[in-house]
Design a protein around this ligand. Structure first.
Ligand code: ADP
Ligand code: ZN
Ligand code: ZN
Length: 762
């Protein structure tokens, strides 16, 4: 087998190493073969023999079990099932050398639109198809037959000759309602032992039933009344509803200011879809842990909670959800980006909420952008899709401007609510006292809000206590042993933590370098340090910190969100986790502690991202009756991002961004591909980069830069270099990069990751 030089050798899959054929198979007549895709990184589509008894059932999409390297693997029959050609790029193995498919799982075959989608994502991201398929299949245990549990219920028959003890009578009394129950439940209700319940089955008075452990999902009701929509909401909702009713691919941008009722509007499209028998809906949201409020609203509108899909969902629930999506029973799924790969039976409508959110880009494994791939999925499923945001990404705005997406605009907040007033605090003129982070101006505002019984949110996008710990005596900075990153002090947990590899260590007593005692100082603020300041300044206020460290689970998040919404907290200090979609009626003051943070050392999208983040956090203020106020602490209030926020003229800001990107042929007016080279030996990594540079494509409209040390030059002990391909928009970057990488053999131990349309440049 050819030495695999980089991650995408699997694009052109190689057949399995042949085994020596036995004497029978050599003489056997040529039978049918099937091509099977396995959810395994290093393999592509493999050929297998179709045994006679399965010939009728091996259709494309069938989920099958096949032998692979001495074990049984689950895969999906790909493409032409019967006597398919050789796997792309591979040689067709003689029939006699093939292994046979072992069996078919009792599941609906994977539908063609999903198979095409997997191929598409694989080809677009230059990732092997196996790992893409893996995102569509749950763990193999979840594919096996669903376990059942024995239940008992009364037959209602009267049977002669059965001795009815008091214990048996008690059981029959419990079961008299005809409801099936499990033995322990009946036993405890009747005050008898389990055996009494089981023994009754033989008598004919009670029957046993095996009931699947996966309960059916309750069905949403599309006919409940929604709210009365405003004129502009109604216009937008009608446009979406009409397309959902018609069917067919139809992409929308729903561009509405925060609090304008975008959710209510796309709920109308969703309700329309539900009116079609069997039609299913997918709603993608950035971080599922944050959707407790969303789920409540859904339940209020449709009577039940939808099916939820994200990485935290446990194994049993995943099986139940996956199967219900495949069977069509799950009508509405709300999920994080991975829900895009679920096996919908009849996908009729997709919404991507907060479409600008950077977390839609997956940065590990298959590097794909869920918003972009959702559009492809909608196209293959031939259904409408809504991208909703108060701050649409430039990519989406350009698609709308150029007529590829229909643009729907909501300009007003619902009801009497108005957009909050924005002010900048010039920190050069109103600086905080030494060792504190809140300007006197902001402190007075918080006092006013507290006096008025209103809530405050302080936004600082930095977890932990301090981003850096420094020795006053020798200047030593505490770094991660395996990354080029400072360790972040987490004082609540009394440890230093690396935010890149997760390394933790206790906070040392003395400087690790010069051994001076009491010489280490925390530099700069994190949310925990801000909490300290706030607690000192406003001891009577009920204050809490919202970060991924304090909101570890969906239930913890829901609890905290409930505390704020119900008025049990006065001041919330949070990272970007608080900016997303929440509705807190009594929150009137938002303070951005460091509005310049996202702009320092920024990449291509730093301005856009900071602008979006600020609008979103500001959008939490004044969403109900009471007007909101937002203060931006900045050392550079003349910066265009700050100016755009103050003037409220986001359109002008995005127009300027667009103009500047167009001028430099940056996305979406040009293409970028990032190459991340990493390995334990720096020289090998750099040499590989240099070899790549030497063979870099030289065509017109293509520029390659690097290798250069990545900003995160070391992660988990691996050295990292980056290269960047920048091309004209028309260039087919996938083919270009593929051919290029195929021509270079990476040094041993060096990994090359390809990032099509990169969002991170670290
Ligand atoms: P967005 O998603 O645009 O930020 P939401 O959909 O969250 O806005 O709406 C903001 C608030 O206004 C929510 O509490 C929502 O229920 C309410 N709302 C929006 N439109 C209506 C309407 N037509 N009738 C009643 N309440 C509405
Ligand atoms: Zn020191
Ligand atoms: Zn680290």
């Amino acid at each position: 087998m050819k030495q695999r030089t980089f991650d995408l050798g699997d694009v052109a899959p190689k057949p399995e190493a042949p085994e020596l054929p036995g004497p029978d198979s050599l003489s056997a007549p040529e039978g049918q073969r099937a091509r099977v895709l396995l959810p395994v990184p290093a393999l592509g589509v493999l050929d297998y023999k179709v045994p006679d008894h399965l010939v009728d059932r091996i259709t494309p999409g069938a989920v099958v079990e096949v032998p692979l390297a001495g074990r049984t693997a689950t895969g999906v029959v790909w493409d032409s099932a019967v006597d398919g050609g050789p796997a792309e790029g591979g040689k067709k193995l003689p029939y006699g050398k093939l292994k046979a498919i072992e069996g078919i799982l009792d599941l609906p075959p994977m539908r063609q639109d999903l198979r095409r989608f997997i191929d598409w994502v694989s080809a677009y991201t230059l990732s092997a198809p196996g790992p893409v398929l893996r995102m569509s299949l749950p763990a193999s245990a979840a594919l096996q037959a669903v376990p059942v549990k024995r239940h008992y219920r009364s037959t209602g028959a009267s049977v002669d000759g059965v001795r009815l003890t008091a214990a048996r009578e008690a059981v029959l009394k419990v079961l008299a309602d005809g409801k099936p129950r499990m033995a322990p439940e009946v036993a405890s209700l009747a005050g008898v032992s389990d055996t009494v319940v089981r023994s009754l089955e033989k008598t004919g008075l009670v029957e046993g039933l095996d009931i699947s452990v996966d309960l059916p999902y309750p069905q949403p009701d599309a006919n409940l009344d929604g709210p009365t929509l405003s004129d502009e909401q109604a216009t937008a909702a009608r446009a979406i509803r009409d397309k959902v009713w018609e069917g067919g691919f139809a992409p929308f941008l729903l561009d509405g200011i925060t609090g304008s009722g975008k959710t209510e509007v796309y709920f109308e499209g969703l309700a329309e879809a539900l009116k079609t028998k069997g039609a299913q809906v997918l709603v993608l949201v950035p971080e599922i842990a944050l959707t407790s409020q969303w789920l409540d609203r859904f339940e209020a509108r449709f009577g039940v909670v939808p099916v939820v899909w994200h990485s935290e969902v446990g194994q049993a629930e995943r099986r139940r959800a996956w199967r219900a999506v495949a069977s069509g029973e799950a009508r509405v799924v709300v999920g994080a980006r991975s829900a895009l790969f679920l096996p919908f039976k009849h996908l009729a409508f997709i919404t991507v909420d907060e479409e600008h959110d950077p977390s839609f880009k997956q940065e590990e494994g298959v590097m794909y952008h869920a918003r972009d791939m959702a559009i492809v999925r909608a196209k293959l499923a031939e259904c409408p899709i809504v991208l909703a945001s108060a701050t649409p990404s430039l990519e989406t705005l350009v698609n709308a401007d150029e007529g590829r997406f229909e643009k729907l605009i909501l300009r007003e907040r619902h009801g009497n609510a108005v957009l909050p007033e924005m002010r900048a605090i010039d920190m050069r003129h109103e600086p905080p006292e030494a060792g504190t982070w809140l300007s006197p101006v902001l402190v007075r505002e918080v006092e006013d809000a507290l006096a008025a019984g209103e809530q405050t949110m302080l936004f600082l996008n930095r977890r932990g206590y301090a981003p850096l710990t420094l020795c006053r005596t020798c200047g030593f900075r505490i770094e991660c042993p395996s990354c080029s990153a400072w360790l972040v002090e987490h004082r609540f947990r009394r440890e230093l933590q690396c935010h890149h590899c997760g390394h933790v260590e206790p906070i040392p007593e003395a400087c690790p370098e010069c051994k001076s005692e009491d010489s280490l100082v925390a530099c700069g603020p994190g949310v925990e340090r801000l909490f300290e300041e706030v607690s000192t300044r406003f001891p009577a206020a009920r204050t809490s910190v919202m970060t991924s460290d304090t909101m570890m689970s969906p239930s913890a998040t829901a609890h905290m969100v409930g505390q704020i919404a119900s008025g049990h907290l006065d001041i919330v200090i949070g990272t970007q986790i608080v900016t997303k979609g929440y509705h807190f009626p009594n929150l009137t003051l938002v303070g951005v502690v460091d509005a310049d943070l996202g702009l320092r050392g920024g990449d291509l999208r730093a301005g856009e991202r900071t602008y979006q983040q600020m609008v979103q956090v500001a959008g939490r203020a004044g969403r109900a009756e009471k007007p909101g106020r937002v203060f931006l602490q900045s050392y550079e209030p003349e910066h265009p991002v700050v100016q755009a926020l103050l003037s409220g003229d986001g359109d002008a800001f995005m127009a300027a961004e667009k103009e500047s990107r167009a001028r430099h042929h940056m996305p979406p007016f040009g293409r970028l591909v990032g190459l991340i080279l990493s390995g334990p030996d720096m020289k090998d990594v750099l040499d590989t980069g240099r070899m790549l540079a030497a063979k870099a494509p030289m065509e017109h409209g293509v520029a390659v830069v690097g290798p250069a040390p990545a900003p995160m030059a070391r992660v988990r002990g691996h050295h990292r270099f980056r290269m960047l391909v920048h091309t004209k928009k028309e260039v087919r970057v996938q083919k270009l990069v593929y051919d290029w990488l195929m021509a270079v053999k990476a040094k041993k131990g060096v990994r090359i990751k390809v990032d099509i349309d990169p969002y991170s440049f670290m």
